[in-house]
Design a protein around this ligand. Sequence first.
Ligand SMILES: O=C1O[C@H](COP(=O)(O)O)[C@@H](O)[C@H](O)[C@H]1O
Length: 259
Amino acid sequence: MTPTPQVVVHRDKDELAQAVAARLLTKIVEAQAARGSASVVLTGGRNGNALLAALAASPARSSVDWSRLDVWWGDERYLPDGDPERNVTQATEALLAAVPLDPARVHPMPASDGPHAGDVDAAAEAYAAELAAHPEAHGRVPAFDVLLLGVGPDTHVASLFPEHPGVRETERAVVGVHGAPKPPPTRVSLTLPAIRAAREVWLLAAGADKARAAAIALSGAGEIQAPAAGAYGTARTLWLLDGPAAAELPRGLYPPSSA
Ligand SMILES: O=C1O[C@H](COP(=O)(O)O)[C@@H](O)[C@H](O)[C@H]1O
């Protein structure tokens, strides 16, 4: 079943980041109470990094047992380890270095100077194998508790771009991306089938440059043309927007008081 997306609109990008941080901390605590551990898939980009900074600044961050959290990534820019443009580098600076994670439970996507010698397709295969080998993977990937996605102005999510080969993938959980329209051109990405294994998918968008993308994806567009439209979870799909990003949504899509 495809859960109908729920839309929540916050006033501005700062309130969005703080509210999503509070929501995520609660979700992790609940998952740890229910199953002993939790898993989150991180996104890069402006909203993903703002969320991580809000988590780092939250006084409630100590409510989470960080050592019982698996951290995965939805996509990565295929660049050398430590490159400032890598999503893992930015996440480490924003949050990961400041919380007591178990290093064995942090799963960055491979770097271009890693063991795959610049072969992004081999890097994608290696990440798929890591996902499949996880004890909670009952298929190709674990049932992630929360999978976060930033929505690009062109409706891309992770590194799945409109009309690009990656968004058409139906078998593999992870693909190497060649010639991405947004730099850098070479990337690694979860596919839509892997994204849909998550219990909850949360899509983040802030700013007027995301308004068209949110409206298109939430108005019945096809996933090949609008990858964000194909991102949903098994239990819940949540669009978390700020006011400017929600400005072009069809009337009646969310209650005005939903923040
Ligand atoms: O390049 C990327 O872009 C998207 C969206 O980023 P934003 O800055 O427009 O919010 C991001 O979700 C993805 O992880 C990242 O690699």
